[in-house]
Design a protein around this ligand. Structure first.
Ligand SMILES: Nc1ncnc2c1ncn2[C@@H]1O[C@H](COP(=O)(O)OP(=O)(O)OP(=O)(O)O)[C@@H](O)[C@H]1O
Ligand SMILES: [Mg+2]
Length: 350
């Protein structure tokens, strides 16, 4: 693997200010025999955000996280955590990372606090001093002295996060942390993540197969499908992604408009739909104005021109449609591939 630059990579923040990336991968690829679990992934996770890695079962979420943590080796591509290239500076990078990959395990006969003390004992006074704050942060301060075997699943998950916090990490990497939690548990988890991001300035990277949860917890997300990241960016941009590419145009003369649109280089596809024309743009959304001018020049009266709005849910379903189909071949595979192509062309959030 080629080493990445030692400088922390930067990305434009909301106010145009440069923003460091907590995780950056380029063309990252991992194969298991014939199967490509992660396929050329370029991931950019802005520091100081909650970022969702969203995809259905088998999409490659756990594999991605295991690669970031050095638990499995990449076949090709580059990665960096907190500006440090991997694997060259893995130890230094992971010193600032807390992670939960599988359901966290604890000594069931000991209390939550005792479990944390065992871990802190090996790491010195500074870490020991964080136990109280960590339990407080995850909402277990009042129940830290209870045996872990009496904890609910949600409490065990939160104790897992408290264990991560002992290292005072800049970045938390959590693989499906809300799996099995009820809506109340997810709500508590959300508040905890938001506080860690907004009050403590940490970055949280979490994987999930639940769109709703990612929408509620995260600022930004990447949608992963069969090992490929098909869209990434702020949640609002992801939801709006498709609306940048399609327009509904109402005109006074459909036949004339259809001819003009079919001849236009700005148009990838056009079809009649409920008394209007549905147009897929070949370029970015800014070409809508140019297209309007073209229609007017062709003598078409344009009565309305509006982007096609899509919820993130529609978008996600579109992206992952057909994923329940068999792994190899079939009509579903083709449909999914077409959906992905559209998203990639749209370059949502890129
Ligand atoms: N050790 C392995 N050996 C062979 N194939 C593997 C291995 N680990 C994962 N895979 C395959 O890689 C693909 C991605 O798996 P991965 O566990 O990363 O998906 P996931 O998105 O975490 O799924 P889930 O939501 O079910 O946890 C799957 O097709 C899986 O079968
Ligand atoms: Mg997984």
């Amino acid at each position: 693997m080629t080493p990445m630059s030692q400088q922390p990579p930067i990305e434009q923040g909301a106010a145009g200010a440069p923003r460091a990336l907590a995780i950056e991968t380029r063309a990252l690829t991992k194969r298991f025999g014939e199967r490509t679990a992660i396929n050329g992934v370029d991931l950019r996770v802005p520091a100081g955000s909650a970022f969702g890695f969203l995809g259905p079962n088998g999409a490659g979420k756990t594999t991605m996280i295991r690669m970031l943590l050095g638990l499995t080796q990449a076949d090709s591509g580059t990665m960096a955590l907190l500006g440090r290239p991997l694997p060259a500076q893995r130890a230094a990078a992971l010193a600032q990372v807390g992670a939960i990959v599988e359901e966290p395990r604890f000594h069931p006969q000991l209390s939550g606090e005792e479990n944390l003390r065992i871990i802190a004992a090996a790491r010195g006074a500074q870490v020991r001093a964080r136990i109280g704050g960590a339990l407080e942060r995850v909402g277990l301060a009042a129940r830290g002295d209870e045996k872990v075997k009496r904890y609910s699943l949600g409490m065990r998950q939160r104790l897992g996060v408290a264990r991560c916090l002992l290292a005072d990490p800049k970045l938390l990497i959590l693989d499906e942390p809300t799996n099995g939690l009820d809506p109340g548990g997810i709500q508590e988890f959300r508040q905890m993540i938001r506080a860690m991001v907004e009050e403590e300035g940490r970055t949280v990277f979490l994987s999930s197969h639940l769109l709703d949860e990612v929408e509620k917890i995260c600022d930004a997300a990447a949608i992963v499908d069969r090992g490929r990241v098909v869209a990434q960016g702020p949640i609002a941009e992801l939801a709006a992604g498709a609306s940048r590419q399609e327009l509904i145009i109402g005109v006074d003369d459909q036949a004339l408009a259809l001819r003009a649109l079919q001849a236009s280089a700005l148009v990838a596809d056009v079809r009649s739909e409920e008394g209007a024309l549905r147009v897929a743009l070949s370029g970015d959304p800014s070409c809508a104005a140019a297209l309007n001018a073209e229609l007017v020049r062709a003598g078409v009266g344009v009565m309305r021109l509006e982007p096609v709005r899509q919820s993130l849910e529609q978008r996600f379903l579109e992206v992952v449609s057909g994923l329940r189909a068999p792994e190899q071949g079939g009509a579903h595979e083709v449909r999914a591939a077409e959906g992905l192509q559209r998203c990639e062309d749209g370059g949502a959030g890129r």
